[in-house]
Every structure is written in structure tokens, then in C-alpha cells.
Write a protein that binds this ligand. Structure first.
Ligand SMILES: NC(=O)c1ccc[n+]([C@@H]2O[C@H](COP(=O)([O-])OP(=O)(O)OC[C@H]3O[C@@H](n4cnc5c(N)ncnc54)[C@H](O)[C@@H]3O)[C@@H](O)[C@H]2O)c1
Length: 463
């Protein structure tokens, strides 16, 4: 769906009028596997080194961050103390606060962030790395963990020109190698529509290198792939090297064929609510790729809405949404996880769900949809622990307002509100959701499981 307002702000007359009226000026976001143009600068607190190690693993050069401290300030023409200034534009600032244990350490976060804020280039990145502290590690340390989230969420709202701020929480024993895929995702344009979010990285011994086509040779099943976000997922994962099995209902067969013809993937016309759906997917994979073939990843993207206030919601509207959006994926997972099943899910593989900010915050007229999407989050929490031994990671994305046919049906005024009411003042694109899913699927993200990542431009709804 076209965002007419953003198009208007991009011509000189429209820009002049909308600026005069104090209306939002959405920036063009840096997208794709693109690093910032300006330097990546790094500031570490109390000798923390894991972020520097991760940048070294990525082969990414960095500069030392400036620090705002009494001795480092200059004065402006009115004699007011100013923080030290960067000579040019900064592409990204990483603050490694993983060694912060006391409230006083938070002053160092302020001192590192302040000089950078006015020097950031458009679509710049601010990344804070903190420890993921268990409750038994002391009350002050635990408070710091949460305080860093407060700082990050606020900074996301202070960023300008498409910039984002995110927090990476590392568990005990996380190495630079385990952190690398998350830093790479957050620095690149792949995370254009992710802001104000925490991501937890666990310790993992079997971490692969971060490469450009991480899914080369891997079979990935994407449900609901005929259009919208699903088609975007299929396209982006194919760019990353995956062999796509694109699933959608028979009525969407033509659109599905178009998607797979463009990608060289295979199409499977299938209603995922059918009792044999899991078996049909496994048989398709075994017959197309061979009896030894295994699925590396499944993305449960197919979804429907049947919006009504609960007072007007009948059994059919309720049941159909819960069946497509939640129950079907449980049945499919059960079948594909059967050990030894030809065309089943491999150990070391990936399951990714598509939830929604409605599943986090609730939404008027969407009790059925919110129930199903909150249920997807419950699946992540339960299954990620259960499949740890098989090294299968389980994560979900929770999109906010994404420009698709589904959101094109929202009444105009509500649609415009949802589109602008976020930190980057625009709707997301299917590719933004797809990139976050690609990050979860990446073999280098082995240490990332049990996460629900909002892809919503830091929407104020459900914040
Ligand atoms: N668009 C958004 O803003 C937004 C926000 C949050 C979450 N989501 C979620 O993202 C996913 C994709 O959304 P979209 O906007 O691209 O929707 P869409 O309606 O454009 O596409 C959904 C696809 O799923 C397919 N599908 C529906 N029922 C199916 C079934 N029983 N079997 C197989 N395929 C089936 C449809 O045919 C369609 O191709 C959904 O799960 C949706 O709930 C979307």
C-alpha cells in the first residue's frame, strides 16, 4: 500500500507545507545488508570487552568514543559548557555496559552517549550492550539491567532521521562470536524498523561465522507466502541463499506460483488448517529434495484477521482465527519434530513464529486475533526451552504496522494513525519483518532463542 503522506513530504512544496504545520517528516530508512556510512564508535565501561571482540569477529573497524566529562568540555560563545565534538558524522555508537554493576556506572552511559547524539548520521545506530542479570545476582545489579532498558527505550524516542536505539542483553559466558550476528543485524539496514527493543543473547558453543548468504543450501518453509509479508520473507530468505518451500491456500495458487517462479523455490498449495498439513509439508520436501532431505527452518507466517468487538464475535470468527494463527502451527510443529521423519525439521534448525504487537498490547476489536498472537508468544516461551537439547532455536517477530493488503483494509483515519504513531513516523515494509526473521534463521544466531522481537518502529501502541 502506498504511503501518500510520505511521498508528499518528499517534494519541496509538500515538505515546506508539512514542516510549517509541524507535521511528521518521515526519513528514508537505510535498509538491507548495508552498514552505516560514518564510523562505528565504541565506548566501554569498566573494561568491558565483549562488544570489541564481536566487532573483531565481524572484521568491523571501530573508533574510540568521546566522553563528556568536566575536563573534556569546550565552551560555546555564551560560555556554556559543551560536550566534546566528533569531527564528522557518526554511523553508530556502541556502548558496552556489560560490566556495569552499580547505579554510578549509569553516569558513564550518559557521558558516552551525549557527545554522539548531535553527530549521528541519518539512519544511525545506537546499541547498548548490558548484562542479562538473574534475580539472585543482587538487587543493584538487577536494577542496572532494567535501567539500561529504560535508557534505550527513551533514546529510541529521542533519535532523529530514522536512527534507532536497541539493547542487547548478554547472559553469562557470552563470547564475541555469540554476540556477532546480533551486532551485525543491529548495525546493518536489516534492522531499519526495529527500535527501543531488548534482545537477549545466550551462551552457545556452536556458533557459525557471520556471512553474506548464511542460508546457502538450506531448505526453509514459509507459510502464507503468496503475498504481503510472506512473499517478502520468501524473497529475502532466497537472497540469503535459502531454497524456499512456499505454502499458501489453493485459491492463492497463481500468486504463489509467481513468487516461487521469481525465486526458483517450490510451491505447495495447502490449507495449513488441514489435519494432514504437517505430513504434506514433510512429503513435499522429501519428494522434491530427496528422502534424506531435512527442513532447516519453518516460518509460521500465514495469518488471518476477523475483527469485531467481542460482543459481535461469533464462534466461527473466533475459531477460524485461532485455528489458522495458532493451532495449525502447533499441529505442524508436532509432525515436523518427529525424530527421523523424512522431510522433517533437522536438529540445529529454526522455528520462527509471526506474532503481532496486538498480541502484546491487545487491540480493540481483536480479542480473537490478540489471543492467537499472544499464543504464538507462549509457544516461543515453552518450545525454546523444550528444544534446547536438539539445538533448535524458537523465536518470533511481533510486527507493528506493516504496509500490506491486510493493513490496506483498515479504515483510512485509523490506518494513518497507526502508520505515524511510532518513533520513525512511518509504516514498516514486509522486508523489515523478513530481515528480522532472517536474523533468527541465521546459523550464526545459534545463541538467540526464546526471543520475541517487535518490528514496529517502536510503535507507541503496546510500548
Ligand atoms: N500487516 C501487518 O501490519 C501485520 C502486523 C502484525 C502481524 N502481522 C502478521 O503477519 C502475517 C502476514 O500478514 P500479511 O499482512 O502479509 O497478511 P496477508 O493477508 O497479506 O497474507 C496472509 C497470507 O496467508 C495466507 N493464508 C491465510 N490462511 C491460510 C491457510 N489456512 N493456509 C495457508 N495459507 C493461508 C493467505 O492466503 C495470504 O497469502 C500474519 O500472520 C499477520 O497476522 C501482520
Amino acid at each position: 500500500m502506498a504511503d501518500l503522506y510520505t511521498t508528499i513530504t518528499k517534494n519541496p512544496f509538500g515538505k515546506a507545507v508539512t514542516s510549517q504545520l509541524g507535521l511528521p517528516q518521515p526519513s528514508r530508512l537505510r535498509r538491507g545488508r548495508l552498514m552505516p556510512t560514518g564510523p562505528v564508535v565504541l565506548g566501554a565501561i569498566k573494561g568491558a570487552s565483549v562488544a570489541a571482540d564481536a566487532l573483531e569477529v565481524l572484521g568491523q573497524a571501530h573508533e574510540q568514543a568521546l566522553v563528556d566529562a568536566p575536563g573534556s568540555r569546550t565552551e560555546d560563545e555564551n560560555g556554556r559548557a559543551q560536550p566534546p565534538a566528533y569531527p564528522g558524522k557518526v554511523g553508530a555508537l556502541i556502548v558496552d555496559a556489560s560490566s556495569a554493576t552499580e547505579i554510578a556506572d549509569l553516569e558513564q552511559v550518559r557521558a558516552l552517549v551525549r557527545p554522539a547524539l548531535k553527530a549521528l548520521e541519518p539512519s544511525a545506530r545506537l546499541i547498548i550492550v548490558g548484562a542479562d542479570v538473574a534475580a539472585d545476582q543482587g538487587v543493584e545489579h538487577s536494577a542496572i539491567t532494567q535501567a539500561l532498558e529504560g535508557i534505550t527505550r527513551s533514546l529510541g524516542k529521542e533519535m532523529r532521521k530514522g536512527g534507532t536505539a536497541n539493547l542487547v542483553r548478554i547472559q553469562r559466558g557470552v563470547t564475541g562470536a555469540a554476540l556477532a550476528s546480533t551486532l551485525s543485524f543491529l548495525l546493518e539496514g536489516r534492522s531499519a524498523y526495529v527500535s527501543g527493543q531488548p534482545i537477549v543473547v545466550g551462551a552457545s558453543e556452536s556458533v557459525c561465522e557471520v556471512v553474506n548468504r548464511p542460508l546457502e543450501g538450506q531448505i526453509v518453509v514459509v507459510t502464507g507466502a503468496a503475498r504481503g509479508i510472506g512473499a517478502g520473507i520468501a524473497e529475502t530468505l532466497a537472497r540469503d541463499g535459502a531454497s524456499i518451500v512456499a505454502v499458501d491456500i489453493p485459491a492463492a495458487g497463481d500468486a504463489l506460483a509467481k513468487v516461487t517462479n521469481n525465486l526458483g523455490g517450490t510451491a505447495l498449495q495447502l490449507d495449513i488448517t488441514g489435519p494432514e498439513a504437517g505430513q504434506r509439508i514433510a512429503e513435499h520436501v522429501a519428494s522434491r529434495f530427496g528422502q534424506q532431505a531435512k527442513i532447516y527452518g519453518i516460518v509460521h507466517n500465514a495469518g488471518i484477521t476477523r475483527d469485531k468487538l467481542l460482543a459481535n464475535t461469533d464462534e466461527q470468527r473466533w475459531g477460524s482465527v485461532l485455528d489458522v494463527n495458532l493451532a495449525a502451527q502447533l499441529r505442524i510443529n508436532d509432525v515436523l519434530l518427529t525424530p527421523g521423519l523424512p522431510g522433517g525439521l533437522t536438529d540445529g534448525g529454526r522455528i520462527v513464529g509471526v506474532a503481532s504487537t496486538s498480541g502484546i498490547a491487545g487491540n480493540r476489536g481483536q480479542t480473537n486475533y490478540a489471543a492467537s498472537k499472544a499464543g504464538v508468544i507462549g509457544v516461543v516461551h515453552s518450545l525454546s526451552g523444550e528444544l534446547n537439547d536438539r539445538e533448535i532455536t524458537v523465536n518470533a517477530v511481533a510486527p507493528g504496522f506493516i504496509e500490506t493488503e491486510m493493513t490496506g483494509k483498515i479504515p483510512a483515519a485509523t490506518r494513518e494513525f497507526a502508520r505515524r504513531f511510532n518513533s520513525v513516523q512511518q509504516g514498516g515494509l514486509p522486508v523489515d519483518v523478513a530481515e528480522a526473521i532472517g536474523y533468527f534463521l541465521d546459523p550464526a544466531s545459534q545463541a538467540v532463542s526464546g526471543q520475541v522481537l517487535r518490528v514496529c518502529g517502536q510503535s507507541q501502541i503496546g510500548a
